[in-house]
Design a protein around this ligand. Sequence first.
Ligand code: DPP
Ligand code: ZN
Length: 844
Amino acid sequence: PQTIYLADYTPPAFLVEKVHLTFRLSPEKTRVLSKIEFRPNPASSSRTFFLHGENLRLIGAKIDGAAITPQVTAEGLTADVPDAPFTFEAEVEIDPAGNTALEGLYMSNGMYCTQCEAEGFRKITYYPDRPDVMSVFTVRIEGDMPVMLSNGNPVAEGDGWAEWHDPWPKPAYLFALVAGDLVNHADRFTTRSGRKVDLNIWVRPGDEGKCAFGMEALKKSMTWDEEVYGREYDLDLFNIVAVDDFNMGAMENKGLNIFNSSCVLASPETSTDANFERIEAIIAHEYFHNWTGNRITCRDWFQLCLKEGLTVYRDSEFTADMRSAPVKRIGDVIALRARQFREDNGPLAHPVRPESFVEINNFYTATVYEKGAELIGMLKRLVGDDAYGRALDLYFERHDGQACTIEDWLQVFEDATGRDLAQFKRWYTQAGTPRLRVSEDYEGGTYTLHFEQHTPPTPGQEVKDPRVIPIAVGLLGPNGDEIKETQLLEMTEARQSFTFDGLAAKPVPSILRDFSAPVILDRETSNEERAFLLAHDTDPFNKWEAGRALARNGLLAMIREGAAPDAAYLDAVHTMARDETLDPAFRALAHGLPSEDDLAQSLHDAGHTPDPQAIWEALETLRDARAVTMEATARALYDRHQVTAPYRPDPEQTGARALANAALAILTRRDGGAQAQAQYDAADNMTQQLAGLSCLLQAGKGAAAVQAFYEQWQHDRLVIDKWFSLQILQAAPQDTADTTARLTEHRDFTIRNPNRFRATLGALAMSPAGFHHASGKGYKTLADWLIALDPLNPQTTARMCSAFETWRRYDADRRALIAEQLDRILASPNLSRDTTEMVSRIRG
Ligand code: DPP
Ligand code: ZN
């Protein structure tokens, strides 16, 4: 396969003025008629006319009304064209029913839908399928479907046809079409300048009752973007459609967002608190793309972080405003470390703005999205809130309607603030997570912090230059009072020291408050100091971080030296659990332990070979010990934080349920599941029901509830996804692979639905002790299914290969078992470009 380089970018030879598309829908033989007005691009010296096109059957083509015979290859079409504006027409036939890759136009439960980002439009018709070609689309849909939608506004409709027009020029990846038997949950929104917007969430009949929450989230998002970023919606209609078969979470097509049904449908009975929060965030994310992504798009796919990093940052600000900012921040950092640090540390590491790719679908990664968002957060910290606001205003003013680059983005900040961002740009171009070593001095009232930054080599990047790192620091006095409020230290050198004068005693530093930069802090410190920060730090993130570090250290000592559970940790976490001045949601988070993967990475970083089974056992031992210490407290917390009011997925109730369910997990280790069974039986919402079931499985008492749950929910695909996952996640390590294999034989398992596939095989990959079981069964089970999925759906297959990305951490036996599976995948006949690239990079 061919590698594509950022350095090779050239402007398009031809621009598109207008596109008219006609779809004659038919499951296996849909006809697409295109009429495209081209003109030579004055900014390009090339006059080569090339249109992308894949899996299309060309029926005929014309230029300015005269039939032509273009040269057609597997990638597209070329033709001789005039050196002046001209009209190109084509008629092609495509097979939506046979499209299992879910890219382009495909069918899901009898409904037609599209997914065009990044390069799906070329599977619909011949077109310059690149984001820097923006055009105005008119679409006519012919078919016998009750509802037929496309981007923009409806123009006209009749029996068996509908016409749509989108006045905003857009790249082809934002094109969308939906046709099916759908019903809508409707509402209205008036923008601050008085534009009345019709809002709809379209779903399959039967799902109408699961739309209200998503609709509220949409309206909140629209208001928030007006208030915080000054951005209004720009059409008279905003449609969201829920689709069951979807590779991603959702897609921001102009005026017609398409959602994986798991990311929009919600009801108290079927969705957990975490589902509600995620749905709110994704609705916001896709809506915010209307400005950061659609009105201002990317010049090429190397600039993906331009829209994704910024939009993730915006949706995290939104959630922080709607809910608890500290809880959101802690949750984001847990996810960043679990997914992005893991990626940055292994064979798939790449810069936030990559320099090359084989298949762009493989770069919709935690690095582009979540680290991309961290870069925006750092930029905002460095320039300050006001300057950030000015820079964003300038960005929208200067670049509206354009396809832009990271250079354009940084230029806006330089122009708005006068700051030189050349060094900051390294965050976009250098891969790897910087490690920040810290040491300290105290003498004569002066306290000094010494920092040293170092970024380990990543594939293709041996040596890194120092980056600018914003380090938020506060100081605490010996009695626990804050003696220096948070200040931002700007580190620009490889080594740099910062002093604080006039201190009466040696302070305790609170470093990297609010996780001010995506780095790994490396500081030798005592458990006493961690316990002190856990008790006294005013920064909620660092307070949580201190507890997490205490837990991690104790666990590492248990794993490495066979130490007993750390009394200091047990004491500290117990004290915090009882502190009713603390937000229950915060306390629930503080109860979480480092993940198995987190501990494996810590061991690896310290030069040890992680044993997944030993890690799992240490966590179990610690949880048992904690249950002994905290039994009475857990009982009290459980009772005290029961929610009696009618279910609402708001931050207060969510926090109370999270803490009560953390207490339930503790109690289950003492009462053998009695309380969990009572909760399961009484539950009137999915959060309580699933927590009950999870604890019962944990206690080995889940068999009856598993059966009952299935019978209750077998009609609901999204709930049954949870049922598949939970049984695998809660299996003992030696049973994980067998449980997975058994569930793949269940009549409700299907390889064709990405959600179901991820619920099952993804759960296996997310159970480290089971996946890495010494028998190698976990590796083989996953590889078998990835090999089976690849011919059907390369995108989802390739993404799930990242389960193997940490393989070099492990012992020689496990490495050999994994290498065998990676080689077996690579040797599969006709392996997709997507999976070939991923597995080759992982194999190294
Ligand atoms: N649908 C994906 C997202 O919104 C890709 N744009 O992030
Ligand atoms: Zn996005």
